[in-house]
Ligand binder design. Structure first.
Ligand code: PMP
Length: 407
């Protein structure tokens, strides 16, 4: 194959991480990868995960056997309730199927693969992404040969949602298009529709018979409240949509490397929905078998212990509030420091945006200057992971931004 395999570009985000690790400057700042850091810029093992880990390790019957193809039921069932709500009509009517996946990425992939094989609503069958979106969406859907299109999402002017642009593209997309939606805490912009806007999106999506594909990687990170962050998904289910959901536990449990996630498919409330979901489940099972055979156990076991125990669940909610609270504090601090410095431009978007990321509005040249001159690492699109800021580096970062904006 020496003549036919071209060199692929390095993954920009993982390349950025490597460049950061190589940098020997002591005061370097990592705002690249979307992983939570504590106030000392260190990875944080959630106290509830430590508790669950101790319970797991003290179980004399613990073994390393394969999980079933669809994963650990003690994990997939409460995961369904977590995203759809404990009283979800879809759960009651048994028109939901859930498979444990290789975290959120695996869930997006399984959904994409399934749709590429079975979704024939229109001849285009394109999937529409927000512009911008998580870069991996493009790769995952291209791998299964689904055509990709985009809808406007971020307004460079307001640094908020381009709601009119989004609505206009979704309403003119061919009937039966797949629309990929971020359930909450949009990556990379940190900009979510309001509940009123979600309702309007649902109206056009129903008019056009579009298929919603929700990607939920940050439940609990947007507001610190798990139910509130699942509002849009639950609303679409209540409205009777057939839809699917990719659910990740990487961020909200800090289980990044353990690859704990779920794929859920929900059919509409037709009389034979239970039979339909049975057939869908059978096909998903075959796809999963050929792709990964069965999912990894450790992360799912940790999450299952927490999701099925009221006390541990309450501890998890407290841990989530610790993470989202610290991020909100950093947003407030960054905005006020930039405003104190009189940095040209407006900075209200830093506190208006939510979740783990902020789309600062810095351009590629400014981002590269920050990297070269100040050892501050962020993606070229001007996104920063708020969790990389802390009380020790925030002054340094604000001053570096101030300088680069004035140049
Ligand atoms: N979707 C979005 C929008 C994300 O930001 C992420 C995490 N970067 C994922 C899915 C999946 O991540 P993981 O595979 O680590 O769960």
């Amino acid at each position: 194959l020496e003549d036919v395999v071209p060199q692929a570009p390095e993954d920009p985000l993982f390349g950025l991480m490597a460049a950061y690790r190589k940098d020997t400057y002591e005061g370097k700042v990592d705002l690249g990868i979307g992983a939570y850091r504590d106030n000392n810029a260190k990875p944080w093992v959630l106290p509830v995960v430590k508790m669950a880990d101790e319970i797991l390790r003290s179980d004399p019957n613990l073994n390393h056997e394969y999980l079933p193809i669809a994963g650990l039921q003690d994990f997939t069932q409460p995961s369904q309730r977590l995203i759809l709500g404990p009283d979800s009509p879809a759960i009651k009517d048994k028109r939901t199927v859930s498979l444990q996946t290789i975290s959120g990425t695996g869930a997006v992939h399984l959904g994409a693969l399934f749709l590429s094989k079975f979704y024939k609503a229109n001849t285009d069958r394109a999937v529409y992404f927000s512009s911008p979106t998580w870069a991996n969406h493009n790769q995952i859907f291209s791998n299964v040969s689904l055509p990709i299109k985009t809808y406007p999402y971020f307004s460079a002017k307001t640094k908020g949602l381009d709601f009119d642009g989004m609505m206009s593209t979704i309403s003119s997309a061919p009937e039966g298009s797949i629309i990929l939606l971020h359930a909450c805490a949009h990556n990379p912009t940190g900009v979510d529709p309001t509940q009123e806007q979600w309702k309007k999106i649902a109206v056009v999506m129903r008019e056009r018979s579009h298929f919603p594909f929700f990607d939920c990687a940050y439940q609990g990170f947007a507001s610190g409240d798990l139910a509130k962050d699942a509002w849009a998904v639950r609303y679409f289910v209540e409205q009777g949509f057939e839809l699917c959901i990719a659910q990740s536990y990487a961020k909200n449990f800090g289980l990044y490397g353990e690859r704990a996630g779920c794929f859920h498919f929900v059919t509409g409330a037709a009389p034979d929905a239970e039979k339909t979901i049975g057939r869908i489940a059978s096909q998903l099972t075959i796809l999963q078998r050929s792709e990964i055979s069965n999912p990894p156990a450790y992360g799912a076991r940790i999450a299952a212990l927490v999701l099925n125990d009221d006390k541990l669940f309450a501890e998890w909610e407290a841990n989530l509030r610790t993470m989202s609270g610290r991020i909100i504090d950093m947003r407030k601090a960054l905005r006020s420091k930039l405003e104190e410095l009189g940095t040209p431009g407006t900075w209200n978007h830093i506190t208006d945006q939510i979740g783990m990321f902020s789309f600062t509005g810095l351009n590629e040249k400014q981002v590269l200057t920050l990297r070269e001159e100040s050892h501050v690492y962020m993606t070229k699109n001007g996104r920063i992971s708020m969790a990389g800021l802390n009380t020790q580096n925030i002054d340094y970062f604000a001053k570096a931004v101030d300088k680069v904006v004035r140049e």
